[in-house]
Design a protein around this ligand. Structure first.
Ligand SMILES: NC(=O)C1=CN([C@@H]2O[C@H](COP(=O)(O)OP(=O)(O)OC[C@H]3O[C@@H](n4cnc5c(N)ncnc54)[C@H](O)[C@@H]3O)[C@@H](O)[C@H]2O)[C@@H](O)CC1
Ligand SMILES: [K+]
Length: 475
């Protein structure tokens, strides 16, 4: 099962792996044609009704594979408004080669040709809301027609993310969906065929630019609240700055009075909130929970906190009463096993911390991904295990991230990662945020390691984060 949204991400990852979308469109169209051959004898009249998105593009391809049928292909709209280059190229291929193609510019001009099979390629996973004109009129005519309706990917009017249906949706007899079934498709009164369109399994398993598409902030929003510092001061400063670089509007650091000035001194962009103590202790917990919940903050708990008993006790108490999203990193990870919490956690252990939490001991996270998954399932939280490769898992779904460079072994890169996860949690679910953050952090390091450099600093990676996060599609 895959949502339409995730499908688009996987498709982007496939392109990055060398299988471009046009190739997937060719496979999709071919799969639709194969399905029609199993349903209808050669010579049958087929009407293809296509929209101006890639769903329509799939159907233009299908037309080329249906030479033994009497096919009429109708484009809803003018050719100039076809939404993507690949769909347009496939439309032009039909026009140039003298297929029976028609364009309908408004709903009054829509006339459904006599047909025994109708291919519904008006809308796929790109739909929002009820069908608008001229698709609405076309859907009505298709539903009224005495013909077998074959829907491309999903029946037009079906939302492949939620499984909802528009009032004026297509009632399909057959659905040829691509790569994997979509939520709610099985509940329809239609035969559903899942067609393999040649997406490499790595496009799902390995984190790529498509995962960043899913988590990229579209607006500058949110408040990161880093609870860290005490024995160390650089870690909370890096995490909180990384959150700003990854799209947060404000970044707060709650830190002991004794080090607050030092943390502020690293960056004027941070809002440092001192508390009266040399280190985090249970006395501060109520205030911290109250502040975080009042402002809908995303918490980063751990960077630079140290391992004093009272600090770990405070970390535990905080997570027991806090109910929002939180990234748990570094020393605070020790309290997560056996924790009772309603918070949404992303735990970001390195290999050592993972083993200490009771997870697998391993030299290669990538090879141990299944064990990390089982550990996350047992823990009941998303785990982003950090190493040469990173493993992000919610206990059911697992993604491996191979971006990064050897120079990133330097101290502080994990703090950056925690801050990036926090920023992406403002816009995405915990697994998507964790996977995308790992990719972004690794790419930020790669940008500085271009010449094989081992000498860059975590603080220098900060400035690379925006370019990776908002520029990744153009790389
Ligand atoms: N993502 C993938 O991996 C693949 C996708 N493919 C095809 O691409 C499809 C998705 O393509 P697109 O993203 O271009 O989206 P669609 O082809 O579903 O439609 C997008 C267009 O529909 C319009 N639209 C949206 N809501 C509407 C409404 N309620 N009424 C009327 N018009 C509306 C939009 O303005 C947009 O131009 C899939 O369903 C599938 O058929 C395949 O080519 C193969 C691979
Ligand atoms: K469709």
């Amino acid at each position: 099962m895959i949502t339409g949204e995730r499908m688009a991400a996987v498709d982007e990852n496939a392109a990055a792996l060398g299988v471009p979308r046009k190739q997937l469109m060719e496979s999709s169209g071919h799969a639709v044609a194969r399905a029609i051959r199993t349903i209808a004898d050669s010579g049958t009249r087929v009407a293809v009704v296509a929209g101006r998105g890639n769903n329509g593009g799939d159907a233009f391809v299908a037309t080329r594979f249906l030479d033994e049928y009497e096919v009429t292909t109708i484009l809803l709209g003018r050719a100039e408004v076809i939404g993507t280059d690949i769909a347009r190229e496939n439309w032009e291929a039909l026009q140039q080669a003298d297929y029976d193609v028609r364009q309908v510019t408004d709903s009054s001009g829509f006339e459904l040709p006599e047909a025994d099979v109708i291919v519904d390629a008006m809308l796929g996973t790109g739909i929002s809301g009820d069908l608008r004109e001229p698709a609405a009129t076309a859907a009505w005519a298709i539903n009224e027609a005495d013909a077998t309706v074959v829907a491309v990917d999903v029946p037009s009017g079906f939302d492949a993310d939620q499984g909802d249906h528009a009032e004026n949706r297509i009632e399909a007899d057959h659905v040829v969906t691509f790569h994997d079934t979509k939520p709610g498709l099985g509940d329809l009164a239609a035969d559903v065929t899942v067609a393999d369109i040649g997406i490499p399994p790595a496009a799902e398993r390995f984190v790529g630019p498509g995962d960043v598409d899913l988590a990229r902030p579209a607006s500058r929003d949110g408040r990161a609240f880093v609870i860290g510092g005490g024995p160390y001061t650089g870690a909370p400063a890096l995490a909180s700055q990384a959150a700003l670089r990854a799209g947060m509007e404000l970044s707060f650091v709650a830190a002991p009075e004794s080090v607050a000035g030092e943390i502020q001194g690293y960056a004027e962009d941070l809002i440092v909130q001192p508390y009266e103590s040399d280190r985090l202790s249970p006395d501060q917990v109520d205030d911290l929970v109250d502040t975080a919940e009042r402002h809908d903050d995303v918490i980063v708990l751990g960077p630079g906190l140290g391992t004093a008993d009272e600090t770990l006790e405070a970390a535990r108490l905080f997570l027991e009463s806090y109910t929002g999203p939180a990234v748990v990193d570094a020393d605070a990870l020790a309290v997560v096993p056996d924790l009772e919490t309603d918070a949404t956690l992303v735990c970001t252990p390195n290999r050592r911390e993972l083993a200490r939490m009771g997870g697998p001991e391993t030299d290669s996270l990538c090879e141990t991904a299944d064990e990390v998954e089982a550990f996350a399932a047992e823990l009941g939280h998303v785990v982003l295990a950090k190493g040469v490769d990173d493993v992000a898992t919610d206990g059911e779904r697992t993604r491996i991230c191979c971006s990064g460079a050897p120079g990133m072994k330097v101290g502080g890169t994990g703090d950056l990662l925690a801050g990036i996860v926090a920023a992406l949690l403002e816009h995405a679910g915990p697994l998507d945020a964790a996977a995308a953050a790992a990719y972004v952090n690794g790419r930020a390091g790669e940008r500085l390691a271009d010449d094989g450099s081992m000498g860059f600093l975590a603080s220098e990676m900060l400035a690379e984060i925006p370019a990776v996060l908002w520029g990744v599609a153009d790389e």
